[in-house]
Every structure is written in C-alpha cells, then in structure tokens.
Design a binder for this molecule. Structure first.
Ligand SMILES: [Ca+2]
Length: 651
C-alpha cells in the first residue's frame, strides 16, 4: 500500500508501521481468515443454491451488475451506499444497460478488455494450454488465443444458456427460466414444447433437443457485438436483480467447454442436464474448477475444512487489498472462539447465544445490532384442515376435546386470536436480546419501497381480545371443551422451541382446558410431517433468492407457492386463491415501482386481516471481528463476506 504514496511519505509510513507493530502486532497481515460453519456444496454457479457455495462464487466469479454496499468494519458502520433498490445496481461486467418500455428486452453492454483467471495460450505444437494469467509476462500475454479467457458477449450468452440447460433438480435456475422462457423448469418447458411429459431429458433425441434449444433457449439470450440482449417471455420486474445473483455468474465459454461441460451445440445439451439428478454436485464438470473474472482465484478447496483464495493480481479493477483469504470451516464454537481470541481468525461466525462470550474481549470488535433489516422472514403457519389420516396430533374420531378439530384454523377469528396470543415483545426481549423488530406480513422491511410502514398492521399481545374471540369460536364449544394442541420443532432449534413455549404459556393461562404439548423431532421427521400436512402449526423461515417482494409474496401467499401446499386445502381454496393469487400476478405485471408498491401494500393489509400466519420478529444482524479488520462490505443480500475491499490495519 504505502509504495503508492511516493518516497517521503513511504519513509514516514514505514516508521509509523514499525512503531505500531511493536505495540499492536497484526497477525497474518496479508491474509483475511474467516472462521465459519457449513460446507459449500459446489463451485458451479448454475448448480449452487446455498450461501456457503455462494461465498466462493461471489469472490471468484462476476455478474453483469452488482449490489452496492455499506461498510461495517472495526472502525465503524457506514450504511450510506448500501441499497437493495434495483435502480441503484452498479455496473460490473456490464458497463451500461437499457430496458425496453414494455419491460421485455434488456440490453447490456459488455465491458471490454477483461480477462479470466486462466487464459488459453498457444503452445509450440499448436495445442492450447490453460495457464494462470498472473503468471504471464507482457510478452507471453501476446500468445493468448483470442477469446480464450477473454470476456466477450458470447461468454455471457453461453453462461446463461448453459445454466438454463443444466437446470438441476432443486437448483436455482428456475429464476432464469421463469422470466426468459415462461416455464420454471426445463421439464415443464419440454412438456409444453413436445406435448408430452418427459422425466429424463437425457432421453430426448438430438432433433428434439435442437428444436427446443432453437425455439426457447437460443432466442432468449443473444450476443450482438459487445452487447447481450435478453428477451423475456413475460414482464418480470425483478429480472435484473436475479442477474446479480451467483447463478448469473459469467464463465469463459472456451474454458468451460475445455472442462468437459456443454459444448455449445444445439442438439446434445441434454447430456449436461441435471447432473447427478441434482443430488451429486460432483457430476458437474465445474464442481471444483473455478475460472472467473473476480478479484480472487480459488487456490484450494478442502471440502468442509478450508477454502483458500489468492488475489487475482491482474484483476481489472486493480488487485484486492489483501493477498490471501482463508475460510476455515469449524463447526465447534469453542474452536472458532479460540481462533478469534488469539487473533488467528479475523472474522468469525458467532451464533447469537454466544455473543456474551465475545463482548468485551480484548482486540475484538462487536457491532450489535447493525441497523439493516434482513431479507429473510419466518413465521408460524396455520394449517386448515390438518390431514387426519395417521395423524397422532389430532385425536381419533369426532372431536371431543382431545386433540384439535382438523379445521380449527379455518376460522379467521381463531387465527386472529392465536396471532394475539403470541407475545412479540417478549420474543424480542428474551430470544432476540432486544435486538429485533416486528414483522407484519410477507413483505420484508428491507424493501422500503414496498413495505407498508403502518404500525396498525403489527400484531400485539392482547389476551383479552383473544379470549373474546376464542369464547365465540365454534359457538362456544371450543372454549367449553378445550383442546390438546401439539407443536413440533426441529431438535436443536432453540428459537422455534421458545416461540412455541410463548404460545403455550399464553394459551394455557387463558383457559386450563387449552393444553399445548411441545415436542422436538429430528429435522427429517419435521420435514416429513410438514410435507404431509399433519402439523396444525408449523414454523419455518425463508431467505431471499433475489431482493424483490415477489420472492416473498409467491412462497407466503400464492396458492401455488411453497408454503400454501402445506397449509391445507381450506387455506388454499378460501384464503390464498381468492384473495392473493391475482394480487401476486399484478405485482409482476408492471415495472412501475409505485404501482407495484400499491399491490404489495394491499397484500400486507390482507395478510393482516386474514391472519394468515403468526409472524415471528426478526433479529437485526451483528458482526464480530478483530479490531484490525477494515473495509468489510455489508448488504443483506450478499451470501457472505465480499473480500475485495477488505484489509487489515490500524489506520
Ligand atoms: Ca471467452
């Protein structure tokens, strides 16, 4: 760093550094060490759909556009530049873009002169070898074969098409397929194209593959000169925000083909479709091979143990401030704590219950809370009716006070009463340590343009009102007979357990005939009960794929969304279909933000009036780091730390 300041300043800087280093040495000054949990699944941007994989991809690959960030480092928190407003998206591999009036055509100008970490050079025998671009002298750079490791509009086209064609089961590519083809999977697209259901697309003939590619995939993304044009099949306002996700990463076409991936031909793509049935990430040729344009090169990936990055010295925006990055995967909290204490880790993942152990530690800075609403929600969902068959939570035969009536939550007043029996303030105080905020519907506060900031939409703990509603329910029968309600949570999830306990305490205090049993089950069991619709109440969370209200409206209130199916037929037919489906579609029918906001306001009002869920308060984020950490970006949509601007210093 100091070399850039010229001779005189450099001398001062050197003495300055020495003086400091005697007092406060910085451990591993050239390396950021991040201790966290959770193994990454893959390095393939089309396959990855977990934040741990996103962390790797996000620092090595690049997208056309990028979310602007604030900084929350050891010196302080500055959120000025942070945004989730698509209008504030920053150019990255695209220099500029335009959107047509009807919202169906996006045209990006691709930045020129960009090279990938590895480039293809011609050897004496005429063969092409992929070499580390950093290792080439200016003379050797002349041997780079045009296009081989050089970013072109064709690379962008190839990357997006490859992702669409790969579409692995359970992966993220529905986000590209939906706007670009109108279908949310390649299977659905093929079914529409051929008029028949095909389970295994690998059985398609070359002719069928060519027809599908030429009709649906190729026209969706086109390269023209240094421009890439996306043709959307339907208005899809969040489309550009999807391109900022790891699934929108740009690969080098020539390198990717050299790894054994899709060869770019129209009639044989199915060979690369759904690698490993979506469950064996190793089957993708890009499972472990990384060649991006991003600020870091993947040096080593010891799965579940450690990920090492070296900075890309010839990175187009200039090299990163830090030379190396190490991500250590340490599931044991005590191991991470030890590294933080002795300065062997710079930033550490700390579950909130352990925060008291790091507050006040010497050389450690804790920011808690940071005033950034999350792009995540969680709720306790009502099921109506509950599936009866083989359901131990309901009680047998006609409802007689044991178990619950299967349609208990079909009554909006019962749902309202339950919403009033959750003590939101107690949850914020006891579970979130006072560092949380209330949620009043399916639109996160983080989307300030679409979030209706109206306290009358918030639920409050109100046992008196709840009592009145419950006394009237089922013509007074519910109050008289009482019920035995079982609430499950997945083992080890303390927050869900406490949420259930709060409800239990308040229900039982209201009427001794209301009895609530709380039961821990393994996650697998929890999931199977969820899928079978047997749980009268279930708690689950949702993390944004892309920062747009639609990504929350669909799963939470659309009859075809993720959660509706688990909430029972009554809720689907009488709540979600008649009240919400049209609104969710309206929210996507225009790119006019003000019009969209009106729709999402309405959704929040209805979610309140119909008491569709008990919304659990969300915690504000926090950060724990050594006091020498500088330049740590913050934006809630990032999958993890973005290391490019980070460094270690006492400045
Ligand atoms: Ca290329």
């Amino acid at each position: 760093m100091w070399k850039k300041f010229g001779f005189v300043l450099a001398v001062i800087a050197v003495f300055g550094l020495m003086a400091w280093s005697q007092e406060k040495p910085i451990k591993n000054p050239d390396t950021i060490i991040y201790a966290t949990i959770g193994p990454a699944e893959t390095c393939d941007p089309a396959y990855a759909y977990d934040t741990a994989s996103g962390e790797i991809i996000f620092n090595t690959y690049e997208t056309l556009v990028f979310w602007p960030y604030g900084v929350a480092d050891a010196k302080g928190v500055d959120l000025t530049n942070m945004s989730l407003d698509p209008a504030k998206l920053q150019p990255l591999l695209a220099t500029e873009w335009t959107v047509s009036e009807d919202g169906l055509t996006y045209t990006f100008t691709i930045r020129e002169g960009i090279r990938f970490h590895y480039v293809g050079v011609k050897k004496a025998d005429g063969s092409i070898e992929w070499v580390d671009y950093d290792s080439l002298s200016p003379e050797e750079e002349k041997n780079i074969v045009p296009g081989y490791g050089e970013l072109t509009a064709e690379d962008v086209e190839y990357s997006i098409e490859r992702a669409m064609l790969q579409d692995r089961d359970g992966g993220p590519i529905w986000m590209l397929l939906e706007p670009l083809t109108g279908y949310s999977s390649m299977r659905d697209l093929v079914k529409a194209a051929l008029g028949k259901k095909v389970d295994d697309l690998k059985t398609l003939t070359p002719e069928e593959q060519a027809m599908i590619y030429k009709k649906y995939i190729d026209p969706a993304v086109e390269a023209e000169g240094n421009k890439v044009i996306f043709h959307l099949a339907q208005t899809y306002p969040p489309f550009i925000t999807i391109l900022a996700g790891s699934w929108g990463s740009v690969l080098d076409k020539e390198w990717t083909i050299a790894q054994g991936d899709w060869d770019g031909k129209a009639d044989d793509w199915a060979k690369w479709w759904n690698p490993g049935g979506g469950e064996v990430p190793e089957k993708s040729p890009l499972f472990k091979a990384v060649n991006g344009t991003g600020p870091f090169k993947l040096k080593r990936w010891d799965i579940g143990v450690e990920i090492d990055f070296d900075r890309f010295e010839k990175y187009w925006r200039g090299p990163a401030k830090i030379k190396h990055v190490v991500i250590k995967k340490l599931d044991e909290w005590s191991d991470r704590l030890l590294l933080l204490k002795n300065g062997e880790a710079d930033i550490v993942y700390v579950p909130s219950q352990y925060l008291p152990q790091v507050e006040g530690l010497e050389g450690v800075v804790v920011h808690d809370p940071i005033d950034v609403p999350q792009v995540a929600l969680r709720a306790m969902f009502f099921t109506a009716p509950v599936v009866l068959e083989g359901n131990e939570f309901i009680g047998e035969g006609p409802w007689d006070g044991y178990g619950i009536p299967a349609d208990l939550f079909a009554d909006v007043n019962v749902r309202k009463a339950f919403c009033m029996l959750f003590d939101y303030d107690a949850f914020i105080e006891q579970v979130l340590m006072g560092k949380g905020y209330k949620i009043h519907g399916p639109i996160p506060k983080a989307f300030d343009w679409a979030y209706k900031d109206d306290p009358s939409l918030d639920w409050n703990y109100d046992p008196q009102k709840a009592k009145e509603l419950l006394m009237k329910a089922r013509n007074g029968e519910l109050w008289e007979k009482g019920f035995n309600l079982t609430i499950l949570y997945n083992q080890g999830n303390a927050e869900r357990q406490i949420a259930a306990e709060i409800l239990k305490t308040n229900l039982e205090a209201l009427n001794p005939k209301f009895r609530v049993k709380i039961q821990a089950v393994p996650w697998k069991t929890y999931l199977s009960y969820l899928l079978s619709g047997k749980m009268p109440l279930f708690i689950i969370g949702w993390l944004a794929d892309y920062p747009d209200p639609n990504n929350f409206a669909v799963p939470f209130v659309a009859s075809y969304g993720t959660f509706a199916a688990w909430q029972g037929e009554y809720m689907v037919e009488n709540v979600f279909k008649p009240y919400f489906d049209d609104l969710v579609k309206q929210g996507m029918a225009t790119t006019d933000k003000a019009k969209r906001a009106e729709v999402y306001y309405k959704i929040q009002e209805l979610a309140h009036d119909l008491a569709i869920d008990i919304w659990l308060p969300q915690r504000y984020p926090y950060r724990v780091m050594r006091d020498w950490v500088r330049g740590w970006p913050i934006n809630p949509i990032y999958p993890g730390p973005y290391f490019y601007p980070m460094y270690k210093a006492y400045d």
